[in-house]
Design a protein around this ligand. Structure first.
Ligand code: NAP
Ligand code: GCO
Length: 266
């Protein structure tokens, strides 16, 4: 294999969860550019249809399925259907996620559980469903989309931080338990990325000024900008490729330097 081929995903099947748009879509697009066959799921048919149109517009012949990643029965049916229709999954990207921004003491236990269910339990369910075939095939790549909140807390995101902190450790544990089968499990920790999930934090104020949180993030980021979903494509391709076969249990932070920086003096 020549050096460049190490980064190729040709012949590989990549499943990206929650990838009709946002970070998942950008990661899937990059993996398609590296040669992967793209499969994605979303929670509603209209979202899957929207995603299929978006992939087609990019010249990507993706396959989309409706599946709630928190539902183990649906997930097992999804994996069986993909294996029958497309092939064994070589690369799993656990991207689907939600956030609820509520002060902890005002958050109900049900709301807390819902975030944990999607952001932590679902990656467990998805990984458990794909690993047996990866073991049979002799290789596999699992990439969990973590967060700044895998390392840091902030007001109103207790459930999300607990989930993403847990996802960091689940990543390390999958790496530890299944590395002997040539399965690498790593995480990507995006910084603050301009997607629908963070749109409320970037809304222009009534007086035309920037959202205070928007200005805060700019001051905390050495790159002095929000990330774009496309900033995550290269790191994801690296972790999905043979170039990272000895990288295991690592969380690759793609954050413009936030975690390294105390922040700009006001
Ligand atoms: P997003 O725009 O909210 O997209 C999340 C996707 O996941 C949506 O397509 C959503 O579908 C889907 N999803 C949610 N619950 C699902 C379920 N139960 N089953 C299947 N699909 C489900 O989020 P994003 O900003 O692209 O973020 C993607 C991932 O990156 C998330 O894990 C997020 O926590 C993480 N992340 C984001 C940032 C950021 O700054 N944006 C930074 C760090 C990490 P619906 O539209 O139907 O809900
Ligand atoms: C928030 C944001 C963050 C980002 C991301 C940062 O409310 O603080 O939504 O949580 O989504 O996780 O890495």
């Amino acid at each position: 294999m020549n050096f460049a081929e190490q980064f190729s995903l040709s012949g590989k099947v990549a499943l990206v969860t929650g990838a009709s748009y946002g970070i998942g879509f950008a990661i899937a697009e990059a993996m398609a550019s590296a040669g992967a066959t793209i499969v994605f799921n979303d929670i509603r048919q209209e979202l899957v249809d929207k995603g299929l149109e978006a992939y087609k517009a990019k010249g990507i012949d993706a396959k989309g399925y409706v599946c709630d990643v928190t539902n183990e029965e649906q997930v097992n049916e999804l994996i069986a259907e993909i294996e029958k229709e497309v092939g064994v999954i070589d690369i799993l990207v656990n991207n689907a996620g939600i956030i609820k921004r509520i002060p902890m003491c005002e958050m109900s236990a049900a709301e807390f559980r819902q975030v944990i269910d999607v952001d932590l339990n679902a990656p467990f369910i998805m990984a458990k469903a794909v690993i047996p075939s990866m073991i049979k095939k002799g290789h596999g790549k699992i990439i969990n989309i973590c967060s700044m909140m895998s390392e840091l807390g902030r007001e109103t995101v207790s459930a999300y931080a607990a989930a993403k902190g847990g996802l960091k450790m689940l990543t390390k544990n999958i790496a530890s338990e299944y590395g002997k089968y040539n399965i690498q499990c790593n995480g990507i920790g995006p910084g603050y990325i301009a997607t629908p999930q963070t749109a409320p934090l970037r809304e222009t104020q009534a007086d035309g000024s920037r959202h205070p949180f928007d200005s805060f993030i700019i001051a905390k980021t050495p790159a002095e900008r929000w990330g774009d979903p496309e900033d995550l494509g290269g790191p994801a391709v690296f972790l999905a490729s043979d170039a990272s076969n000895f990288v295991n249990g690592h969380i690759l932070y793609v954050d413009g330097g936030i975690l390294a920086y105390i922040g700009k003096q006001p």
